[in-house]
Design a protein around this ligand. Structure first.
Ligand SMILES: C[S@@+](CC[C@H](N)C(=O)[O-])C[C@H]1O[C@@H](n2cnc3c(N)ncnc32)[C@H](O)[C@@H]1O
Length: 177
């Protein structure tokens, strides 16, 4: 059985699967980046990365790394979206949901760019936290979010066993170039 803590430090298999499709050298937004597992993944792939979280202390080891933009901000204060008007070759969100941000995240996808999103879904309350419906995607919610804006390459809404039992929903969707 995999060590769940070690597994959570590794990039998500979903994000790794689609990372090679992100336009070469294109800017990546990792929203609510936490420990920065996907910040590191995309920096290693030579993408400039904008890392956003209310606490960026876990990125200290990256120092003044070229290509890394840090934005420490509370995304749920109800203020204007701090990246309004910016466009990214990939918008990456994992294990985080604040519903009012969803339209902003779709808008932040540049032509030819990708929304790569994976987080907990309804039903996860059976396995523990998060269990608050505010933090759980409703059935089909990511599909509804991108409908009419992005073309869906892959979508899943399922129970997983690794890195820990959970209900997750995930999408990979692209804006036409
Ligand atoms: C479960 S962690 C996921 C981290 C990362 N995306 C990953 O999958 O490894 C959730 C992250 O959301 C951030 N977060 C929670 N509420 C936030 C808020 N109001 N504003 C900005 N970041 C927030 C936390 O600081 C934490 O880093």
């Amino acid at each position: 059985m995999p060590d769940p803590h070690r597994s959570l430090a590794q990039p998500s298999a979903w994000i790794c699967r689609f990372a090679p499709l992100v336009p070469r050298g294109g800017a990546v937004l990792d929203l609510a980046c936490g420990g920065g597992r996907h910040v590191r993944l995309f920096l290693a792939r030579s993408h400039p990365v904008t890392a956003v979280d209310r606490d960026l202390s876990a990125l200290q080891d990256l120092g003044k790394r070229a290509g890394l933009e840090r934005l420490e901000a509370d995304l749920e204060e109800g203020r204007a979206f701090p990246l309004a008007g910016r466009r990214f070759a990939a918008v990456v969100v994992t294990n985080y949901l604040h519903r009012p941000l969803l339209p902003h995240l779709v808008s932040a996808v540049a032509p030819g760019g990708w929304l790569l999103y994976e987080t907990f879904a309804a039903g996860n309350e059976r396995f523990g936290k998060p269990s608050n419906p505010d933090f759980l995607l409703r059935p089909g919610e990511l599909l509804e979010t991108v409908r009419g804006h992005l073309r869906v390459l892959a979508y899943e809404d399922l129970e997983v066993t690794s890195p820990k039992p959970a209900c997750v929903q995930r999408i990979s969707a692209r804006r036409e170039a």
